[in-house]
Design a protein around this ligand. Sequence first.
Ligand code: HEC
Ligand code: HEC
Ligand code: HEC
Length: 424
Amino acid sequence: MRSFLKYFLLVSVFTFNVEFLLPVSGENSIPMKLNGSHDILQKGKFLFLKFCAHCHGSRGDGDGFNAEFIDKDPAELSDPQFQAKKSNEKIFRAISLGGSKIKKSHLMPPFGNTLSEEEIWALVAFIRQLDKDKTLVVLPRDVKLVRPEMPEMTKQDIVSFSKWFDKNGQTKEQIDAGKILVRNKKSCLGCHQLNEEGGRIGPNLNHSSFNYKPEWLYAWISNPQHFWPNTKMPNLGLKREEARAIVSYLVSFQPDEEIKKYGVSDLLKKYLSVKGDSKRGYEIFSDSEGIANCAKCHLVNGFGGVVGPELSFVGTSRTREFLLESILDPSAVISSGYKTMMILTKDRKFVTGIKTNEDESGFYLMNKEGREIYIPKSKVKKFKIQKMSTMPGNFKDLLKVKDVADILAYLSELTLPAMTASVH
Ligand code: HEC
Ligand code: HEC
Ligand code: HEC
């Protein structure tokens, strides 16, 4: 709530620079200038911080944290020369269609399958005032206010994918086609790493075959918003054949030798060979008096804490091997968006927690107990992102092999009904 207010105040300062015309319905009506333009700019700013700032920087200077990891410099949107060259329509098209459709770098993702036209115009308006540009931004009369509805995944889609994948999924032809899409056509490497290359906005994809079930990869990349409406990954508008080929490539991908080898170690095998009892697993998972007390941090079907990721359908998305590794060695792979940050304050106190947000004035953290903490930047002496997970690393010693096998059996049963029948 607090940050909401701040946006409001900040943004209202800019409204002198952009005049906003909102569409009016009816044949004879003249477009009306509304003094509500700060609402639009506020929306533009919110969207920009969520979807664009990691590459373009929070003020559009081209210096987001992710810029150094990608092969093409993000455009410097605040630059007067850039602004002078581009019409509003051109900027709108770039955001909507992405780089590859306008003969620019494929690393600039398309947002037209994810955001409404009105939201993209709000981004254009926000970009215009970065340079105090006076160009008038006018909302077209027939602007769409709702986000595009992209096709949902049905059980049939998944069944048909599974069949296809068993037969053709690992052919050279498909793998090569997927490789070209991932590396040269779609924006995956703008946000994801393969080997040492690529952005760091989303999770590293080096170990996709170990981490994700192929059906899940297919479902997720076809329509991320369907599974997580709030995700930062845009819908890339992939055709069915494209999504299939991309999964083929990711599942076959072997990272370079130097990168830590994954695979099913003897230790993991020991646990995997024990047959688990999911009912007992549920009890261990949710017993608030027990040693594990996983539910303290994880939400499952509406119950539990929010320190860690929701696990309501991990049985659909993650392989058993990955789930097991997440329990025994949580720091091996830290889920996207759950990095632990350590702050040393000017009065020499250490504060540790998961960074949930950041704005001009400070950091928002969530500590192990699920408490939200706000630390103003003016009080920060130093900060560091840690390699350690906030999830306890000693379950391997605290829990018996059978306990872990039971928990694993429970997690494997947490599935999405719409996809379950077919996922093996
Ligand atoms: C993964 C990084 C990344 C993200 C995220 C990203 N961009 Fe870009 N963007 C780029 C790169 C790289 C270019 C440069 C493309 C080129 O010049 O070939 C670019 C270029 C642009 C351009 C200029 C296009 C032109 O005509 O020259 C605009 C406008 C733009 N981005 C807006 C946005 C907006 C708005 C968002 C958020 C909704 C966004 N970008 C998100 C990487 C990104
Ligand atoms: C603009 C950035 C962006 C682009 C482009 C992008 N992703 Fe993502 N992706 C993310 C983020 C961020 C997440 C993590 C979810 C989140 O935090 O919203 C994610 C998550 C994922 C996941 C893990 C899903 C899970 O179950 O946790 C996979 C797999 C994935 N992306 C694959 C791809 C592929 C393949 C492409 C290209 C076709 C791609 N992504 C393009 C940002 C992006
Ligand atoms: C103190 C809070 C806490 C407790 C207790 C906890 N976790 Fe976690 N867990 C986290 C956090 C934070 C993450 C994300 C960071 C990471 O990947 O290590 C996570 C990640 C995970 C993941 C990976 C999810 C994904 O999709 O990437 C699984 C699976 C998991 N935990 C299972 C468990 C189980 C099972 C238990 C109980 C034995 C447990 N956790 C106890 C905080 C906790």
